[in-house]
Write a protein that binds this ligand. Sequence first.
Ligand code: SF4
Length: 567
Amino acid sequence: MEVWRISLKDFSYSVGNTPPSWERLGGRGLIARILVDEVDPTCEPLGDNNKLIFSPGLLTGFMLSSCDRLSIGGKSPLTGGIKEANAGGTTGLKMSYLGIKTLIIEGIPEGSDWWIIHASKNGIRFEKANDLVGVGVYNTANALIKNFGNKIAISLIGQGGEMKMGAAGIQNLDKEKTPSRIAARGGLGAVMGSKRIKAIVFDSEGGEKPSLSNEIEFKNAQKEYTKALMAHPQTKIYADYGTNAMPSLSHPFGAIPTRNFSAGQFEDIEKINGDFMRDLLLSRGGESETTHACMPGCTIRCSNVYGGEDGKTIVSPLEYETVGLMGSNLGINDLDMIARLNYEVNDLGLDTIEIGAALGVAAEAGILEFGDGLRALEIIKEIKQGTALGRVIGNGAVVTGKVFGVTRIPAVKGQAMSAYEPRAIKGTGVTYATSPQGADHTAGLTIRAKVDHLDPSVQAEVSKKAQINMAGYDTLGACIFAGFGFASVPDVVRDLINARYDWHVENDFLQVIGKETIALEREFNKQAGFTKADDRIPEWMTKEPLPPNNSVFNVSKEDLDTIFDWI
Ligand code: SF4
């Protein structure tokens, strides 16, 4: 596998060998290594010293169920720290067929033209993209598929990235060619926009699967892993209800954000939860699908296609985080409306978590009423138009709070929390507080841990374990739900890695790469100026009791400060 490097200063590129210290890393871990090695942590995130990095995981390339993810990284314009955001879809797979271990994009081009980067077996070429400026991701993807053929993968931005908004992500095609798998968090779409790259097209024609060191052993390990994954009870739940199965867990715990994180239960939960959504989609039929795979080979199929009354697709997929942040968090109890909001935000290439949280803060400031979906749609239209209000919301919850004088902002390190209340699931609160990535459930979700989620004394340990495992999965290129299979067959990660690379790793490999990744990320953030004060839940959440448990976030500062005890 090779290191592909593009300099936008002179539109040159190189293809080189992987340095030894990068070899045993992929995905999130490799991004952390490259950022520590090559990017000044104090640089301007939207300036020419920041780099935009694309890295498939260590196990990407084999259609191993849910393991073909792509990580994208750089210094975050939202947090000012290290950022890795990952996505399913098809980009990781196509990159691995081209033999790309990592693609590093450097510099900012001179002039004002926008560009498409085209990567294939013939190398890199650049094409002008000025006609696509101001075009949303759905139409941009269609135009690129028409131009470059049906066999490509694409990473692209919408108007949010073009306007360098803090909530801008990078969209990727799913296996049906819908640009719906977004590396959403931390504003990496703005970094791509700062480099005036509208899209990167990966054409894997003539490419091939990466090599395996021992094909038979890989297949055996794959069989064991897939069997365990299919047998896991959670797999069926996610196949039936998608990620919107989650309210059945988060709501009883009083942990679903409601009206700008002012309550943990929503009175209309039965109008937006997974049961309701499944029945609705089954009754509507047409293009609706209750289960759908975002990438080839996924056996869990947690994605879906949300069809309207006429059976025509409104959005695909509609997921729990969006239902939480743009539904209950905005007091909206209408799934059709949430799906419409989701579609519009997707088209702008923005993160629904960050935009939902920003709208919640705006509602607290009186810019819209909780429950008013039409007003929320109008504001999203303003983001597209680039009005002052639209740009405020598009830059996320913290900017919105500052502009409108709201201090109840649900964010850590500048990034909005996802749909798990840290006062009700305190282990996830520890993750929000301490993860180098900022508030992000995928950095270490603890809702399934068998502990009292309100007991502050046990949460640091629970979060630590979850954060190490997740940093490991993100480095492998594995979806969070692949963990159901990996946890059921403890040696299978070791066996897969050894069959792929002949590295003779031990069965603690997942934890080894997880710890290494977090240590590198902490190092970057330290050099960027982060201190203990940045590893805190917002003060108001330590004082304001959250109904119905009337709990506050009260994990001790000492526990937060000692969680990464191996660094
Ligand atoms: S489980 Fe869901 S997110 Fe993960 S690979 Fe499958 S469809 Fe994609």
